[in-house]
Design a protein around this ligand. Sequence first.
Ligand SMILES: [Zn+2]
Length: 391
Amino acid sequence: MADEGEVKRRVVAAVDDLAADLIALSRRLHANPEVAFQERQAAAWLTEMLERHGFTVERGVAGLPTAFIARYGRDRPAVAVLSEYDALPEVGHACGHNLIGPSAVAAGIALRAAADALGGTVMVYGTPAEELGGGKPVMVDQGLFKDVDAAMMFHPYPGEEKQAGCGGGSLALRAFDFTYRGKPAHSGFAPWEGRNALDAVILLFNAVNAMRQHVKPDVRIHGIITNGGQVFNIVPEEAACRLALRSFDTAYLLEVTERVEEAARGAALATGTELETRLFMKYDAIKPNPTLVRLISDNLRAMGFTVRDPRPTSASSDYGNVSQVLPSAGFSMATHPPGINFHTPEFAEGAATERALGGMLEAAKVMAAVGADLLADPGLVARAREEFAVS
Ligand SMILES: [Zn+2]
């Protein structure tokens, strides 16, 4: 019988043994930011490290070239750690995903000792394009999480040192491209011959603005015009906009989504144009699993962290889709000074500091410890599953 306390000490110590490699890897990701679905180097570097430490890696899963699944061990329970590694256009790693990728890889590698001693499978999921498009919804829809019993991940955030948060919710999100096609005509010579696609886009924005007073306060609707026409003196034949809708309540979000789609059709009708609607992002709200939240929070406290009360964040993540199909929980760890906002150059700069890199190692230790607890006690996994089924 393996000594569980000893196993846990070993997995946590394993992260320290990997520290130099992890810091170098995180710095390399930070210096070479790659955006959604183009994270080729990132996926190569992360999987290379996993393979070097005995993981079997499947690359290009779900038809996504930069997605991967790495496995170690056998049988159940199967515990998964999720990694992200995409950057933002222009600002680079302004969400700190250069810390998320290596922390997940570290937790996975550290957990080998637990899988060897206690049995079970450790998996590291490489999930691309969290910022724009979402790899996880595609992987979820293709059933790639069906053999996993519990999943976890970490995200950086700005806060006081040694602070962490766990179990917060997020906004469900649907994002659409609305494209209108009208009829071109000379704007001076024969405008009556034309049907104006840009007018349809403008009408849609006005309809959405009229709707704002009549939706619940947590709803967000925002967007940009992605095509405003081609030439100023030709009636715009084609115009398009990209709109995102968010709410904490997925069911309510779908109601609002229907209203916006109606408004989009109305704008086409009013302008005599044709409408094409394309859903391009589908992020569900996060459903935290109580047992996993407690387990993560206990391990955070045991490592000297203060854990804030769970609070919903007014952001969205495709991690929500994973949380809707299996027991999972995420936590955030203060890697940046308070007052720095996500998706800014300051956040990107902060993502390669000593403090942030130290936080990444701490986060890896927390996930390794949680994974060791789950592999050691099948009762925890069973309880998490039961809660998942009834909530
Ligand atoms: Zn992020």
